[in-house]
Design a protein around this ligand. Structure first.
Ligand code: HH2
Length: 287
């Protein structure tokens, strides 16, 4: 696979230039997310939160109805649809690409019908029926697909995760999964890879992945980095409440951008946007 970074990402009707890192704002329509569980659990508050994130500068909105925190209980299909669809329908007219964070093929299909421009799957489309649903979404509707690495499953992933070489193993997994999608007919410029910070990884694994993110970018697909408010930031900063991790999260987002990430999945859009603006002003040669 080529290691040059793509210049744009196709996501439904959108063509997103990747000349600067894009900000993906998180909207968790959940009572139990580790980062903001319960804050936006009803449709009305989730919709107004999404509007606010767009005003603050989000380039993409990512709606999730099921928490993936370690040990989270699986959510029945009907409940996930009831949480996600009304928020998605209200967000599509905001004019930004809307991503849906799901591993269920039925949710993928209905999300695409309702106007989702991207599907984000922490299982990298490995659950039964997901590959078919994602391939159809990409080839028939032009939807972008984000494939994330996770060791084991949310229930057990943090039970003593182990790698010989975390960067090499995560990279090999993402190369293999993107090839599966390409072989199924998905265009390269609709694919995004994600090392899955916090998903079956210790603090040391997460820091190694952040330090060597450029090796993941060598796959030749846009890299999405989701470090926002995660426990590694709590560990490094000593902040036990995820909502107190904004400064650490912004620093981690900048480091990810510096090391090759082109989509930053964050809760704190305004702060991330300002930090990125400073970083871009210094690193983009203008005079
Ligand atoms: N992290 C979370 C959820 N979805 N998707 C991708 N592609 N990458 C990530 O790092 C990622 C993700 C977990 O964060 P959050 O949504 O805030 O929490 P929860 O899963 O508890 O709702």
């Amino acid at each position: 696979m080529p290691s040059v970074q793509p210049c744009f990402l196709k996501a439904g009707p959108f063509v997103l230039p990747l000349g600067r890192p894009l900000i993906m704002g998180v909207v968790n329509v959940t009572p139990d997310s580790f980062s903001d569980g319960g804050d936006f659990a009803d449709s009305a508050s989730a919709i107004s939160h999404a509007r606010r994130l767009v005003e603050e500068g989000a380039d993409i909105i990512d709606i999730g109805g099921e928490s993936s925190r370690p040990g989270a209980a699986p959510l029945p299909l009907e409940d996930e649809l009831r949480r996600v669809l009304p928020v998605l329908e209200a967000c599509v007219p905001l004019g930004k690409p809307v991503s849906v964070d799901t591993c269920k093929p039925e949710v993928m299909r209905m999300a695409v019908e309702a106007g989702a421009a991207m599907l984000n799957d922490i299982w990298a489309f490995r659950r039964e029926g997901a590959l078919e649903a994602a391939t159809a979404a990409a080839t028939r509707h032009g939807v972008a697909l984000c494939l994330m690495h996770m060791q084991r499953d949310p229930a057990t992933m943090q039970d003593d995760p182990h790698y010989e070489d975390v960067v090499a193993e995560v990279g090999a997994f993402l190369r293999q999964r993107t090839q599966v999608l390409i072989d199924a007919g998905v265009a390269r410029d609709q694919l995004v890879v994600d090392p899955g910070f916090g998903f079956g990884k210790t603090v040391a694994h997460n820091l190694a992945l952040l330090r060597h993110l450029a090796r993941i970018a060598e796959i030749g697909m846009p890299v999405l980095a989701g470090l926002s408010r995660k426990s590694t930031i709590g560990h490094v900063t000593g902040r036990s409440d995820p909502k107190d991790r904004q400064a650490g999260s912004v620093a981690a987002a900048l480091l990810a951008a510096q090391n090759g990430a082109t989509i930053l999945r964050v809760h704190d859009v305004a702060a991330t946007r300002d930090a990125l603006a400073m970083w871009m002003a210094v690193t983009t040669e203008q005079t």
